[in-house]
Design a binder for this molecule. Structure first.
Ligand code: ZN
Length: 299
C-alpha cells in the first residue's frame, strides 16, 4: 500500500477552513494546503481527498477528480438527489421541484422525488405530473410507514443528497428513514430559520449498510445558483420528457418557448408534456438568459 492509499478518505464536513476526512477507520481534521487554493480548488463535502498527516490532524494535498459538483450547496460526487414535496401544509410549488430536478440533470445526477405526508393527502396531482415526466417518484408517510422501505431500498449503498422546501417534513423523513444516523443537523438548521446561510452546513453521514446521506439546505434557496443549470441550450435536455422531441423542431436553434413548428410545443398541446413542466422550463430558460446577459455585461 502506498502512502496516498493510506492517507485518503471522504470529506464529510467543512467548517471555517477545516475539513473532516473520514478514512474508514477514523476521522482526521485537515486544513487545505495553499497549493489547492492556488489551483482554485475549494474542497467540498463528498470529495475524495488525499491528505498528509501531521500529529492528530492533517493537511489536504489533493482532491481526486469529481463525478459532479454543485455550487449551492457546495457538495460533490452525489449519486442521487432526493427531492421532497407534498400536497398539504404547505403545497409544494412544482417549480421548486422542477428547478432542482433540472439542476441535477444538468450535472448528470439521478433524481428521486418523495411525496411526503401522504396519510394527510395522497398528492395525486404531483404524483401524476412526475410519473408523466419520467422522474422516479415514491409516495411516503412517516405516520403509516408508507414507502419508507422502498426509499431505503432505492438508496442503499449510494450517496444521496436530500432537499425540500420548508415545511415538507425533511427532518422527520430523514429520521424515519435512518433512525440509526441520529441526525441533528436538520433540526438545528430548521431552528436557525431561513436566510442565515453562514451557520448552515452540509454534513455527510455514513450508515451501517454503506448508504451515505447529506442534508443539503442550499437547494431550496434559488436565484443565486443559476450557474448549476448550465446553458439555455442544454436546459431542454434536463427535462427527460422533452428529449424525444428535441431535434425535431422546424428551427435548429428553437428555444421551445413560442416558436412556430416547435415539436416540444406540439407535444405540450397534445398533452404529452405537462403544462406545469413546460411553464417551469420557460421560467428557467428566461432566468438563464437574464443571468448570461448580466454575466456578459459584467466582463
Ligand atoms: Zn422547439
Amino acid at each position: 500500500m502506498n502512502l496516498s492509499e493510506q492517507n485518503s478518505g471522504t470529506i464529510i464536513r467543512a467548517l471555517s477552513g477545516f475539513y473532516d476526512v473520514d478514512t474508514g477507520s477514523g476521522i482526521i481534521r485537515c486544513r487545505a494546503r495553499g497549493k489547492l487554493r492556488k489551483l482554485g480548488i475549494t474542497p467540498l463535502v463528498g470529495d475524495q481527498a488525499i491528505f498528509q498527516p501531521s500529529g492528530d490532524s492533517g493537511y489536504l494535498q489533493e482532491i481526486l477528480p469529481r463525478r459532479n459538483s454543485f455550487i449551492r450547496p457546495a457538495v460533490a460526487n452525489v449519486d442521487v438527489l432526493v427531492m421532497m414535496g407534498c400536497q398539504v401544509n404547505p403545497v409544494t410549488e412544482p417549480f421548486l421541484i422542477d428547478r432542482v430536478a433540472a439542476i441535477a440533470a444538468a450535472q448528470g445526477v439521478d433524481t428521486l422525488l418523495l411525496l411526503t405526508k401522504c396519510d394527510l393527502d395522497p398528492a395525486e396531482e404531483l404524483y401524476a405530473i412526475y410519473q408523466q415526466a419520467g422522474i422516479p417518484v415514491i409516495r411516503t408517510s412517516t405516520k403509516t410507514g408508507q414507502g419508507i422501505e422502498a426509499v431505503r431500498e432505492m438508496l442503499r449503498g449510494k450517496l444521496a443528497a436530500f432537499t425540500g422546501n420548508s415545511g415538507v417534513g425533511k427532518s422527520t423523513m430523514l429520521n424515519a428513514l435512518y433512525p440509526e444516523a441520529n441526525m441533528e443537523t436538520g433540526e438545528v438548521s430548521d431552528k436557525l430559520g431561513r436566510g442565515r446561510h453562514t451557520t448552515r452546513h452540509v454534513e455527510l453521514f455514513t450508515l451501517p449498510d454503506g448508504t451515505r446521506i447529506m442534508d443539503t439546505p442550499g437547494f431550496s434557496s434559488f436565484d443565486t445558483d443559476m450557474m448549476d443549470l448550465g446553458t439555455a441550450d442544454s436546459l431542454a435536455r434536463a427535462f427527460p420528457e422533452f428529449r424525444p422531441y428535441l431535434g425535431k423542431c422546424r428551427f435548429d436553434d428553437c428555444s421551445h418557448v413560442k416558436e412556430q413548428g416547435c415539436a416540444v410545443l406540439e407535444a405540450l398541446e397534445q398533452g404529452k408534456i405537462g403544462p406545469t413542466r413546460h411553464a417551469s422550463y420557460v421560467r428557467l430558460y428566461e432566468k438563464i438568459k437574464e443571468y448570461k446577459e448580466w454575466e456578459h455585461k459584467k466582463s
